[in-house]
Design a protein around this ligand. Sequence first.
Ligand SMILES: Cc1cc2nc3c(=O)[nH]c(=O)nc-3n(C[C@H](O)[C@H](O)[C@H](O)COP(=O)(O)O)c2cc1C
Length: 238
Amino acid sequence: MKKWRCSVCGYVYDPAAGDPDNGVPGGTAFEDVSETWVCPVCGVGKDLFEPVNGDESEAGNTGGQPAAAGADRPVAEMGKNDPKAMQSALFKISYGLFVVTSVKGDRVNGQAANTVFQVTSDPMRIALGINKANLTHEFITESGVVGITILGEDGHDLVRRFGYSSGRDKDKFAGLEYVRGATGVPLVTGGIAFIEGRILRDQTVDVGTHTLFVAEVVEGAVIKDTEPMTYTYFRKTK
Ligand SMILES: Cc1cc2nc3c(=O)[nH]c(=O)nc-3n(C[C@H](O)[C@H](O)[C@H](O)COP(=O)(O)O)c2cc1C
């Protein structure tokens, strides 16, 4: 039975193991998994999974770029509106990796995210794409402030801590070293740089499953002058 990979976060569904936490017993082929099942890591539906090809499957879930369906496609064949080819092209966009944090009263929460980027330099503004189902989304929406901890190439444990579970189920900051920024957001000291932002509500866009928050940068500091983690590096080395 084939393994299938989430094209959004890289999670691999292994039919031998199933997803017992979410009602899918071991030994269930991906095709037989309920259509209402979603990726246990990032929450997208089955339609965004793609089969892992034989070589990758044998190598196990060691990361790396997903199967590039439609790769090396002759330009002459373009214009056919092929979703696989479009997805393969989207995988060539490079990203960093971040812990996005916020507050609600005296509570703190954060999540892993790759969709953080600078949109303008004067004034300094950033944008970030956050799933509406995430607790972090609720905190950012209510407080109007956001913290970004930029991860270095040693940030794997922080991605795992913040990206594979929700603050609805546990306190992800328990036992973790962090500081409070000027806006009150938590900033994880294991990263290499911090940014704090105030959400510009009139610039923020509802994009369906996610909100594209736009924020004014109000603080920033480099704490370790080393290489930032890229999404590709994380997937290759996780
Ligand atoms: C490598 C990686 C990248 C992710 N990128 C994003 C992202 O850009 N936006 C998003 O909404 N979720 C992203 N996620 C998923 C969230 O981190 C995850 O759903 C988290 O459990 C949400 O936590 P919360 O409910 O405590 O906010 C990513 C997860 C991983 C592992």
